[in-house]
Design a protein around this ligand. Sequence first.
Ligand SMILES: C[S@@+](CC[C@H](N)C(=O)[O-])C[C@H]1O[C@@H](n2cnc3c(N)ncnc32)[C@H](O)[C@@H]1O
Length: 233
Amino acid sequence: MKKTEKYVLGSPLNALNVSPPFDHYYFIDLDGEKIDFLRDATKDRSNVSIEVGDCNSILLEKIFPKVKYTDFKRGLCLLDPYGLHLDWKVLLSAASAKSIEVFINFPMMDINMNVLWRKNPEGQDPLQIERMNLFWGDDSWRDVAYDTESDLFGHPSKYYDSNRKIALAFKDRLKKIAGFKHVPDPIPMRNTSQAELYYLFFASHKKAGYDIARYHFEKYTKFGASGWQQNQK
Ligand SMILES: C[S@@+](CC[C@H](N)C(=O)[O-])C[C@H]1O[C@@H](n2cnc3c(N)ncnc32)[C@H](O)[C@@H]1O
């Protein structure tokens, strides 16, 4: 919500305005106020379904089953939680359906603030570790994030201060573990102070979708204000 107390339809409005349009739109949010606003904004449309609740169960139980490859249905799923709120099972299910392409906001800021501790990684809050495991699909992120070799006892002693390394390891999982055929390198989304808040991913079984996403990712990286500045250094 902006300070004016007016909701601004971001990605939902963008999705509704794409041309050619999709046959049907499904919007899900846990936040009842956002859902009320979306219901009001889309009340004249017959091809919009809105659900209030946890997208992890709603996608798996209600929506993905409607997008069957064998029924010639295809779907594009935008997963953009603020933080580590996504269940890896959603990505596994989208990949195994073969009919669903996904955009994912990988929540780098939440991970850096709450999960990866530079000092004393052993002292992490178990609840934060659980959130990361759920998003990542297991606890193998530790092998990427921490340098265990320098500790005689095999305990993680520090983490590599590289968001990109962690993001690229997640890309590997999307391909090798989930089974998406095509995953371009993700792009960092920064705030005005250049801090990386998210990495934007795209994953697909179709080369055409991959080519389009990669084209836009590269264009953003070259000409987007923050990416362009970074490339000049
Ligand atoms: C970054 S905002 C999405 C903004 C939206 N895409 C837009 O452009 O207006 C993240 C949203 O995810 C919702 N959310 C977080 N976890 C969720 C979950 N498990 N299921 C459904 N919605 C969730 C939050 O309530 C919040 O509204």
